[in-house]
Design a protein around this ligand. Structure first.
Ligand SMILES: CC(C)(COP(=O)(O)OP(=O)(O)OC[C@H]1O[C@@H](n2cnc3c(N)ncnc32)[C@H](O)[C@@H]1OP(=O)(O)O)[C@@H](O)C(=O)NCCC(=O)NCCS
Length: 139
């Protein structure tokens, strides 16, 4: 049976292993993940016993905007409604109940998010990737 938690106390090794499954999250370090966990506003994880099988996290001002990041379900546990369970717990989280607009990026899973009520008609995202920029001179 799958259980869900909103605790930020997650073993970074288990999280690292989950991130390694996604091309967009590979190569992250345990040190950076620890900092990411402590600075994330809302984090929902899914567990099969003591095994971490899914995660999703939110950065927000708690009123106007919230962005959803790093939604991932372990490949061996996909198609069992765990991704839906994570997203329902994010969108229904008590601390986010005033948030007007949730935003996320996805390359391949528009159908999954559309089934949860997300629309790709409203906005176009743009990205500034530090790894692809020339070094910034100090201002
Ligand atoms: C996207 C992801 C989180 C979905 O999690 P999941 O646990 O496999 O999905 P669920 O079983 O909860 O599916 C929920 C619903 O979405 C549907 N769905 C899932 N993937 C879908 C897709 N690619 N296209 C359309 N519908 C999809 C399911 O059929 C299900 O519909 P139902 O409720 O009518 O049965 C998971 O596939 C994943 O981790 N992918 C790799 C990581 C990744 O790239 N994430 C995207 C980051 S933006």
């Amino acid at each position: 049976m799958i259980s869900y938690s909103d605790s930020h106390d997650i073993d970074s090794k288990q999280l690292l292993a989950l991130f390694e499954q996604a091309d967009w999250a590979g190569g992250r370090s345990s040190h950076d993940i620890q900092r990411m966990l402590s600075e994330t506003d809302v984090l929902i994880s899914a567990w099969y016993g003591t095994k971490l099988v899914g995660i999703g996290r939110v950065l927000t001002d708690y009123v106007y905007r919230a962005s959803i990041w790093d939604v991932i379900v372990d490949v061996n546990y996909q198609d069992q409604d765990i991704g839906k369970g994570l997203m329902q717990r994010i969108l229904g989280h008590a601390t986010l109940d005033q948030v007007e607009l949730f935003w996320l990026c996805t390359r391949r899973y528009q159908g999954f998010y559309a089934s949860l009520g997300f629309s790709d008609k409203e906005q176009t995202g743009m990205v500034w990737d530090r790894r692809k920029q020339p070094p910034l001179s100090s201002v």
